[in-house]
Design a protein around this ligand. Sequence first.
Ligand SMILES: Cc1ncc(COP(=O)(O)O)c(C=O)c1O
Length: 439
Amino acid sequence: MPEALVVSFSNIMDSNSYRAEGSADPLIVSRERVLGPAYRLFYDQPVHLVRGQGCHLFDVDGVQYLDAYNNVASVGHCHPQVVEAVSRQMATLNTHTRYLHRDIVEYSERLLGSMPDAVDQVMYACTGSEANDLALRVAEMRTAATGVVITRDAYHGNTASTTAISPSLGGATSVGPNVRVVDPPDTYRLNADEVAARFTADVSRAADELIAAGYGMSSLIVDTIFSSDGIYADTTVLGRAVDEVHARGGVFIADEVQPGFARTGASMWGFDRHGLVPDIVTTGKPMGNGIPIAAMAARADVLEPFARAVPYFNTFGGNPVSIAAASAVLDVIEREHLMANAATVGDALRAKLAGVDDHRLGDVRGAGLYIGVEVVTDPESRGPDRAEARRLVNALRERRVLISVCGHDGNVLKIRPPLVFSLADVDWFYSAFTDALGV
Ligand SMILES: Cc1ncc(COP(=O)(O)O)c(C=O)c1O
């Protein structure tokens, strides 16, 4: 058996995390003692939050922060309609999917109704990791192959099988022997033609290698906004690569945990921007606005070999309370026109950021309210400036604005606020940002 390919890429998960070792804060000391060193905190000065509302968070001293980072509370922290729906259902009944319940069926019809007709069945889990884990199993049984193609700094979850397709976890983990890694479509450093040709060629080569090595081609799994890779919103590359995957008998898994549920402002789903119909779609994070719920939707014929052979049960996945949360999230997205808001406010924020004349800001990109700002040493060499990106994240935190970083070199500012971000929030963000830059 070939040895596992040990990936020594930068550890993105750690590039925005801080070990508060030696801190005198009693809460941090107790936390370290009971949770152990695997848990990380954001920011040089960790934030102790006690309350949230809309796009705003409040710390233990009542200080208000602008949340420009959280995509779980996607329709806003503590949205009253979600809180009410969850509370009502919690006070009524919470069981599991081995009893009949109308709400899961109605929600599933609605969710599938937002996807292409071909994607016509859905199964539920609690986390994006579980949904991707399931997707890998479904793909394996459909294709009778185990080879998986991923992007260089992908993150798809924390289970054993999804860790094996998550090189962004870095050093201590390794991708599986059945996994091949391709570069993301770096539209900042390559021109449009080059980026598409290279991505397609890389995916084809990776698939051929997997076939030659005896794993066969099972799936290409991609976060369709390439978020952990550095946020690439280009829509010209994926289609051709997916054709190559299909030609080799594989399936395409669209990981919508990040771009899904209207975040990109163009569609409910990131894959839609690419004009693609996936074989499998996975969702998570924003789906329940904080209540754990995730899903794996697929074409019935893709699901069939797995579904016939494996009785699926997930104790909490798709329970009535989580379905109540998920239904309320869809209601709020529709009623408050959050897709349109993501488009308008996202455009406004990107335009303002692109207008900042500063050599450190190499590129402002993204779609809707998924925005990346590439921090570079200088615009000529386009060299990543990880230290300055980190400084900016902390400087913003000092100005009560919360963001983080992503990308191979940890130098891309990740700006991903709740979808209820307003133009007033854009102004707050912009003034803190220019102040942090010192321009
Ligand atoms: C693209 C993507 N897929 C999957 C996951 C895993 O989701 P979860 O943390 O809910 O297991 C994440 C989490 O950050 C993610 O960003």
